[in-house]
Write a protein that binds this ligand. Structure first.
Ligand SMILES: [Zn+2]
Length: 57
């Protein structure tokens, strides 16, 4: 059985905590400062921020 993963990332620029879908195929930007937290790369998100917590759905 396959599970969806959500990651709680810390923005390295403003320390904002933001939840990101682990298999996102879209660019994810920080809502506060617009820093690019995850960049699409094939079918997987390429993270550019530290993972604070992994959340299972
Ligand atoms: Zn930020």
């Amino acid at each position: 059985m396959k599970k969806s993963t959500f990651l709680r990332l810390i923005c390295p620029r403003c320390r904002n905590l933001q939840i990101v879908f682990g298999k996102s195929s879209m660019n994810v930007k920080c809502l506060k400062c617009n820093y690019l937290l995850a960049r699409k790369s094939g079918g997987k998100a390429r993270l550019r921020a530290q993972v604070h917590e992994v959340l299972w759905n």
